[in-house]
Design a binder for this molecule. Structure first.
Ligand code: HEM
Length: 173
C-alpha cells in the first residue's frame, strides 16, 4: 500500500530520527567504554560499566527495532519496495545483522553490570569485557547504512527488474 506524500514525509521523519538516534546511542556507549579504558578512578570505571546496561535496554535495543520497523514501512509503503533495489536490500540485511549481534551482546552487558554493581568486586576481572569491538564495528556498519541511504546507489535486483518491465507493459493513459 503506497503512502500519501504527507504520510510518507512524516514516516520518513520518524525513520531518520530513530535510525540516526541509534547511531547517537552507540556513540554514547563508546564514550562509556572509553571511560573504562582511560580512567584510573574506580568510581568512574564502576559507574561507566553500570550505565552500559540502561543505555542498552532503554536506548540501543528499542532504537534498533524502531529503525527496522520504520525502515520496513518506508520500503513497503513507497515505490522503493523491499527487494527491488540493492541499496534497500543491503540496508535490510545490515540492520537485521546489527540488531541480532546487539541482542546477543546484551547478555555480556548485563553480566558486566552485575559485577560492577558489587562494591567489593574486582574490576580487573572485567578487562576485555565491555571492549571496543562490538560497539566499534556496530558504529561502522551503521555509518555504511547512512551512506547507502543518502547516496542510494543504482542497481536493480532481478526481481526489481521484472517488476519494472511489468509496469512498462501497462499502457500509460
Ligand atoms: C540503522 C539503520 C538505518 C539508517 C541509519 C537509515 C537511514 C535512512 C536515512 C537517513 C534516510 C533518508 C535518505 C533520503 O531520503 O535521502 C532513509 C531512507 C530510507 N530508508 Fe532507511 N535507514 C536505516 C534502516 C532502514 C531499513 C532496515 C530499511 C528497509 C528495510 C530502510 C529503508 C529505507 C527506505 C526505503 C528509504 C527511502 C524512503 C523514501 O524515499 O521516502 N532503512 N534511511
Amino acid at each position: 500500500m503506497m503512502m500519501s506524500p504527507n504520510l510518507r514525509k512524516f514516516a520518513l521523519t520518524l525513520h531518520i530520527i530513530v535510525s540516526v538516534g541509534w547511531i547517537g546511542a552507540v556513540i554514547a556507549y563508546l564514550a562509556l567504554v572509553a571511560a573504562t579504558m582511560t580512567s584510573n578512578e574506580e568510581q568512574m570505571v564502576r559507574s561507566a560499566y553500570l550505565a552500559m546496561e540502561p543505555i542498552t535496554w532503554f536506548a540501543l535495543v528499542p532504537l534498533a527495532f524502531a529503525s527496522l520497523v520504520t525502515g520496513l514501512v518506508m520500503s513497503l509503503g513507497t515505490p522503493w519496495g523491499l527487494f527491488r533495489h540493492y541499496w534497500v536490500l543491503a540496508k535490510l540485511l545490515l540492520t537485521v545483522i546489527a540488531t541480532l549481534v546487539l541482542l546477543s551482546y546484551t547478555k555480556t552487558v548485563s553480566f558486566i553490570a552485575n559485577i560492577a554493581a558489587n562494591p567489593s568486586s574486582d574490576l580487573s576481572r572485567l578487562m576485555g569485557g565491555g571492549g571496543l569491538l562490538h560497539p566499534g564495528i556496530g558504529l561502522l556498519v551503521l555509518l555504511v547504512i547512512v551512506i547507502l541511504s543518502v547516496y542510494k546507489p543504482q542497481g536493480l535486483t532481478r526481481y526489481g527488474w521484472h517488476k519494472q518491465q511489468e509496469k512498462r507493459k501497462v499502457p500509460q493513459p
